[in-house]
Every structure is written in structure tokens, then in C-alpha cells.
Design a protein around this ligand. Structure first.
Ligand SMILES: C[S@@+](CC[C@H](N)C(=O)[O-])C[C@H]1O[C@@H](n2cnc3c(N)ncnc32)[C@H](O)[C@@H]1O
Length: 274
């Protein structure tokens, strides 16, 4: 993935084909390791105003469709559209029900009509989008006046333990980079949507060893996709150095891995006279 903290870095956009292929490959294993994703999506869903009754809802970056199924239960009268860039994820989700339509598409260029949705729900997907202003502009276009965008994403500080442990042995890009919280705040404020809430909450998971963490990232499809990532195998001495550096962070519950989760709720104002 491109360095999202510096939007104008040479190297351009993240290779979306790689992101799509990685998540498509991960579709069969994703649900078995998605503990954090379940917790985050549930917290996000709890923040969606109870009074909202969308005639059409969108699960953006729907993955295996866990939250599409929850949205269908919550809005039995509504029409549900799951959008994901990874065809493999959509196939998996389609087989389990949930959304009425499963559409391959990019959050930066939504294949949906103007003012067609009352709710866009997006949990842990838009951190993969280099052009977050485009995501917000598309959400604004697709939402009906009065509609809500609820998203959860990741910001700087996520997987800091893994990143710092690698930094102790080399300066290469071993961990996906994330946008700063300030950048989320700035872009949301400038989006033309009204920001009803935006907070960051840390979630800390624990692992018996580093291998369990890296295997989990791979099973989720969320391992390092940076263009600057080291090619091929990492040298044994450097790997050992990283493992030793991470061991110094060990807590009674195991090795910590922090996710800094941004939760945001935005509203498209009603047009005058509505
Ligand atoms: C970590 S999974 C989250 C899936 C689901 N929302 C959940 O909470 O279980 C991220 C999903 O976002 C999708 N994704 C990544 N970049 C995307 C983009 N630009 N547009 C649409 N979906 C994207 C991936 O294919 C993947 O299915």
C-alpha cells in the first residue's frame, strides 16, 4: 500500500489489484480470525442513530458480509447493497445472504447512483484507500439528503509494536502505514458532510508469539502490501533481531498488538426546503 501519511509520495496510488487479490485469497480464512473486525463493526453499528430507517443501505468494503447480514436484520424493509473491490469476498458473501445486491466496486469511485442510499456503513475498509477525499466525495454524492455515513478505519499507531520492532533492525517498510487522525479530521470537516462524531479508540490484542500475529494478518488479507516492502525472505539475523525487540514488549497476556481505530459518523444535510 502507498504511504498514506504522505499523499504526494512518488509511487502513486496503492495497487488496488493487489489489495483485491489479497482479500480475495483471504475470503475462506477471514471469518476464523476476524475477532477485532467483529468487535469494531459491532461498535460502529451501535453508533448508527436508531431513528434512521434507510430505504437503501450500502455495506462498503463488505468483506465476507458479516455486517451486511446484521444490517439486513436491522433494516428488514430496506434494500441492501454490498460493495467490495475483491471479487472473492463478494462470492463468499453472496453465498451467505445478507445484501440483496453484491457489486464489485471501489470506494473511491462508487458504482452507485446519486442520492440513492440512506446509509453507507463501512467497517475497516477505507484505510486501504489512498484518496480518502474521493471516498468522502463519493459518499456525499451517493447519500440522500438526511443520509448517514458511518465508518471505522485505522490511523497511525496501528501495529506500532510490530513496526517499531522492525525499525530496531532495519529501516524498511514491513508494516502497512496509516493516515494520521488529524488527516481524517481535516478531510471529514472539508467533505461537505456534517461531522456528528469522530473519535479514536485503541484496541489491544495479545498473541503468544509474533508468528501468530503475522499469520493472522495474512489470513485476514491485511498483511504488508507496501510497494517498498522487502522482496523475498528476510535474513535470519534481522528476523531474530525483530523477534527479540518485540519480546521486550511482552505483557502477562502475551505480545501486544495495538489497533488505533477511528470511528466516525457523518450526515448529509437536508437541502433547504426538505
Ligand atoms: C478488513 S476487510 C473488512 C470487511 C468487513 N467490512 C468486516 O468488517 O468484516 C476490508 C475489506 O475492504 C475491501 N476493500 C479494500 N479496498 C477497497 C476499496 N477501495 N473499495 C472497496 N472495498 C475495498 C477489501 O477487499 C476487504 O474485503
Amino acid at each position: 500500500m502507498t504511504d498514506l501519511t504522505q499523499p504526494n509520495l512518488p509511487g502513486g496510488l496503492p495497487d488496488k489489484r493487489q489489495v483485491a487479490a489479497s482479500f480475495s485469497r483471504a475470503a475462506p480464512s477471514y471469518d476464523s480470525v476476524a475477532e477485532l473486525q467483529r468487535a469494531v463493526g459491532a461498535q460502529l453499528l451501535a453508533q448508527v442513530p436508531q431513528a434512521l430507517q434507510p430505504r437503501c443501505w450500502v455495506d462498503l468494503g463488505s468483506g465476507t458480509g458479516h455486517f451486511s447480514r446484521q444490517l439486513r436484520q436491522r433494516y428488514p424493509q430496506g434494500l441492501g447493497v454490498a460493495v467490495d473491490i475483491a471479487e472473492g469476498m463478494l462470492q463468499h458473501a453472496r453465498a451467505q445472504g445478507g445484501a440483496h445486491y453484491h457489486v464489485a466496486g471501489d470506494a473511491e469511485r462508487l458504482p452507485l447512483r446519486d442520492a440513492s442510499a440512506g446509509l453507507i456503513f463501512s467497517s475497516l475498509a477505507v484505510q486501504w484507500c489512498a484518496d480518502f477525499a474521493a471516498v468522502l466525495s463519493e459518499a456525499r454524492r451517493v447519500l440522500q439528503p438526511g443520509g448517514v455515513l458511518a465508518f471505522a478505519s485505522l490511523c497511525v499507531g496501528t501495529l506500532a509494536e510490530l513496526r517499531d520492532s522492525w525499525q530496531a533492525v532495519d529501516g524498511r517498510v514491513h508494516v502497512n502505514r496509516f493516515r494520521h487522525l488529524d488527516e481524517y479530521q481535516r478531510l471529514c470537516s472539508a467533505s461537505g458532510l456534517q461531522v456528528l462524531g469522530l473519535q479514536v479508540r485503541p484496541h489491544v490484542l495479545h498473541y503468544p508469539d509474533v508468528r501468530s500475529l503475522t499469520h493472522e494478518l495474512k489470513a485476514l488479507g491485511a498483511h504488508n502490501l507496501n510497494p517498498g516492502r522487502p522482496a523475498g525472505l528476510t535474513g535470519r539475523a534481522r528476523l531474530e533481531g525483530m523477534l527479540q525487540a518485540y519480546e521486550r514488549l511482552r505483557q502477562p497476556q502475551g505480545l501486544p498488538a495495538t489497533y488505533q481505530v477511528v470511528y466516525a459518523l457523518l450526515h448529509k444535510p437536508l437541502a433547504p426546503g426538505d
